[in-house]
Design a protein around this ligand. Structure first.
Ligand SMILES: [Zn+2]
Length: 148
């Protein structure tokens, strides 16, 4: 799959609600950090594919009309990835990866983070989605359009 566009932990209310709903499915295990953040590795659409078991994937939306669907392996109710409909990227749940993983780059939407746990100061934290994140997405889009 190559390098991700970005490696983040997201605390937005949609990620938290999506995780709550998926974790409530039978046999599901948590794929979040202890402080409620969701670690994600974001890949270009053209660099992301399912190696096996695609027919077992089921999509969930946190509410009707939501632009994002969260995809779960129906055999074990493991959260696999999330897909924001207008976007050209896929955000895969870091919990599904093994081995040497890209380092975490930023924590986003900490305005929605639970206040009762200390905020890790390992990487930059942002109240919303920072320009730094959009710049990475734009750069990835330009590369895709140039066929690189
Ligand atoms: Zn989020």
């Amino acid at each position: 799959m190559g390098a991700p566009i970005v490696s983040v932990v997201c605390y937005c209310d949609d990620c938290q609600e999506g995780a709550r709903q998926i974790e409530a499915l039978p046999n599901a295990t948590s794929f979040r950090d202890a402080d409620g953040g969701t670690p994600l590795l974001t890949y270009r659409d053209d660099r992301f594919s399912c190696s096996a078991g695609e027919d077992l994937l089921v999509s969930y939306k946190i509410r009707e009309g939501a632009p994002t669907r969260r995809v779960v392996a129906s055999c074990c109710n493991s959260a696999m990835f999330l897909k924001y409909r207008p976007g050209f990227w896929v955000s895969a749940y870091r919990a599904r990866f093994e081995g040497d993983l890209p380092p975490l780059e930023m924590r986003t939407q900490i305005q929605h983070r639970r206040a009762d746990a200390d905020l890790p100061r390992d990487v930059s934290c942002y109240r919303g989605f920072p320009m730094r994140l959009f710049a990475k997405l734009i750069a990835a889009r330009v590369s895709m359009l140039l066929g690189r």
